[in-house]
Design a protein around this ligand. Structure first.
Ligand code: NAP
Length: 282
């Protein structure tokens, strides 16, 4: 019997999830489908609660419904409960279960691209304190790392520290040089540097030579931060890597096979990101 999953959000037209799950379904020869479901805010709760009645074994939730999904599921996995947002749902018998796989996407991509990256790491710097930063903090804490957060709105960073405990510290932007000087990983979890947003204005000079620079923004694929980091000889991870790895657990839940992030998949999704970038440049 054909199994169906979907991505729910608004808008979802530009989501790359159908492309990547579609690639896995095709290459693994699974009889299934992964659809886009664009839902107006007044329609989300009813659709989401009746996901199975709509023919879906589960799905992903994206902007702006990750917090609503968190409230609406029957059960939350520990990561979702800690992060306060749900991006992946499935059924356990009749129970709608919600998880957050963004943190895993970040950690799994680091593990795959820079094996052993955390062997001697002690401290990371996270820019931002939104949903993605919360997921990042959760992920880094799962590896027992200290997390220094710098955010425009200090209160949001403080909320993460209050919830996650003493391994999280909150810093002002003016303290960035000293924060960078002691960080083994620098992760941008703000939307700065994304196409159409303000640039991320950051001097990488104080950063340790062997620090890894991670930008979770993936449009453009090569952000100004990643270009500057590469030019200084840092190891890097891009936001596309996180996007690909965060998708693995959901696919495994719905379709029963754990897929692999391959260079072929990466090239497929990268081409889809670069295409509109090129069109815009013309
Ligand atoms: P969010 O909850 O809206 O948080 C946005 C963050 O960016 C906040 O910390 C915000 O600071 C900061 N920010 C926005 N505009 C700013 C400005 N002009 N100056 C300084 N700081 C600014 O969003 P999110 O869900 O965390 O997502 C953040 C980014 O991560 C987005 O670009 C998203 O596409 C990306 N993302 C990527 C993946 C992936 O798989 N690669 C997964 C999830 C998210 P304030 O708190 O001060 O407002």
């Amino acid at each position: 019997m054909s199994v169906r999953a979907c991505i729910m959000g608004h808008p979802v037209a530009h989501s790359r999830s159908p492309l990547l799950h579609g690639h896995w379904l095709e290459t693994l020869r699974i009889d299934g489908a992964y659809d886009r479901v664009d839902l107006a805010s007044e329609a989300f709760a009813d659709f989401f609660r009746a996901l199975r009645r709509h023919g879906y074994a589960g799905g992903n939730v994206t902007i702006p419904y990750k917090e609503a999904a968190f409230r609406l599921v029957d059960r939350r996995e520990p990561a979702a409960a800690a992060i306060g947002a749900v991006n992946t749902v499935w059924y356990d018998s009749d129970v709608l279960v919600g998880d957050n796989t963004d943190w895993l996407g970040m950690i799994a991509s680091l593990d795959a691209i820079h094996p052993g990256w955390d062997a001697s790491a002690e401290r990371v710097a996270v820019l931002g304190a939104g949903g993605a930063a919360r997921a990042a903090a959760y992920g880094f804490l799962s590896r027992q790392l200290d997390v220094a957060i710098v955010n425009r709105t200090r209160g949001r960073a403080q909320q993460i520290a209050d919830q996650f405990g003493p391994k999280i510290s909150v810093h002002e932007r003016k303290d960035l040089p000293s924060v960078l000087a002691t960080a083994d990983v620098l992760l941008n979890a703000t939307s700065l540097g994304m196409a159409g947003q303000e640039p991320l204005d950051l001097d990488l000079a104080p950063l340790k030579r062997d620090a890894i620079v991670y930008d979770i923004v993936y449009v453009p694929l090569a952000t100004a931060l990643l270009k500057a980091a590469r030019a200084r000889g840092h190891r890097v991870v891009d936001g596309l890597s996180m996007l690909l790895y965060q998708a693995v657990p959901g696919f495994a839940r719905w379709f029963g096979v754990t897929p692999t992030v391959t260079p072929e998949l990466r090239a497929l999704v990268a081409a889809d990101i670069v295409r509109p970038e090129k069109a815009e440049a013309r």
